[in-house]
Write a protein that binds this ligand. Structure first.
Ligand SMILES: Nc1ncnc2c1ncn2[C@@H]1O[C@H](COP(=O)(O)OP(=O)(O)O)[C@@H](O)[C@H]1O
Ligand SMILES: [Mg+2]
Length: 262
């Protein structure tokens, strides 16, 4: 069943930057088309990764699906119904630190557990989620006392404890070091196996998308369209160095305009 259906989604902004960043930039004060007829569907409970050049409109697309921004044209349907605004059943995890610095890891996770009225049950749920993301022993630490990876874990726990229908993640591990990012990748595979949430995940990391995604949507330069909509049903962990996956990986590099980096 489709959880998300995006049909001919089109969005423009008025360019507010006076100085052009590149020859392809739009002129100051002119209308600048970012998304130019985006079409795709996402299956319920699946993990969809979005790849595309910086500035092509990935964050804008996710924010429109989540109901934070409006489309100019086209439609977004969730469970067959048109999106009319943000919902507490849809949770966003951004690239930037989103923990409240004056609360401990446990208190931050507790923010996501407010819907559980029984105090004992709430405390036990909080502990479960803290352990699930491997933060036991650090519950009472404040964000500045945690590593970047631990802060991300706390944010993932805070998002998951709400039992979201859709989890939106906008380059959530982009600022982490290489090894921590790989650990978080494994964590996300566990999350995907254990939860029914539909996950929409933006990344600039092709291998990350290939390891995690049931579906990979490759977007083009702005004005952006869907360049490729790829479904993967390969079991995890995936060996990207051989066979069909290696060929697909190469194809995605090419689609992203990368020819010499492989
Ligand atoms: N609120 C806004 N007002 C004006 N321009 C915007 C706004 N949000 C995004 N843009 C422009 O839209 C383009 C796409 O942005 P974004 O969705 O953040 O891209 P991505 O996430 O793929 O890097 C960029 O050129 C950006 O400057
Ligand atoms: Mg972005």
């Amino acid at each position: 069943m489709n959880k998300v259906e995006v049909r001919n989604l089109t969005k423009s902004f008025v360019e507010r930057r006076m100085k052009a960043r590149s020859p392809k930039s739009c002129n100051y004060h002119e209308k600048c088309e970012v998304l130019a007829g985006i079409d795709f569907t996402v299956k319920s409970g699946s993990f969809t990764c979005f790849l595309g050049p910086s500035g092509c409109g990935k964050s804008t697309l996710l924010q429109i699906i989540a109901g934070f921004q409006k489309t100019d044209k086209g439609r977004v349907l969730i469970d067959g119904r048109e999106v009319s605004g943000a919902s507490s059943r849809h949770i966003f995890v951004f690239q930037e630190d989103g923990l409240l610095p004056w609360l401990t890891a446990r208190q931050n996770v507790a923010i996501g557990a407010r819907h559980i009225s029984d105090r004992r049950e709430r405390a036990s749920e909080e502990q479960d989620y803290i352990e699930m993301v491997g933060l036991q022993g650090f519950e009472d630490h404040y964000p500045h006392e945690l590593s970047g990876g631990m802060r991300r874990r706390a944010e993932v726990a805070r998002a998951l404890i709400t039992n979201p229908e859709i989890l939106y993640m906008d380059e959530p591990f982009g600022a982490l070091d290489f090894v921590t990012r790989l650990q978080m990748r494994e964590e996300m595979l566990n999350v995907h196996a254990m939860f029914d949430s539909t996950i929409l995940f933006i990344t600039h990391d092709i291998d990350e998308a290939m390891q995690l995604g049931d579906q990979i949507i490759v977007m083009s330069e702005r004005p952006s369209r869907v360049k490729a909509d790829i479904r993967l049903d390969h079991p995890h962990p995936r060996d990207l160095s051989k066979g069909e996956l290696a060929a697909l990986r190469k194809e995605i590099y090419f689609l992203m305009g990368l020819h010499a980096a492989l």
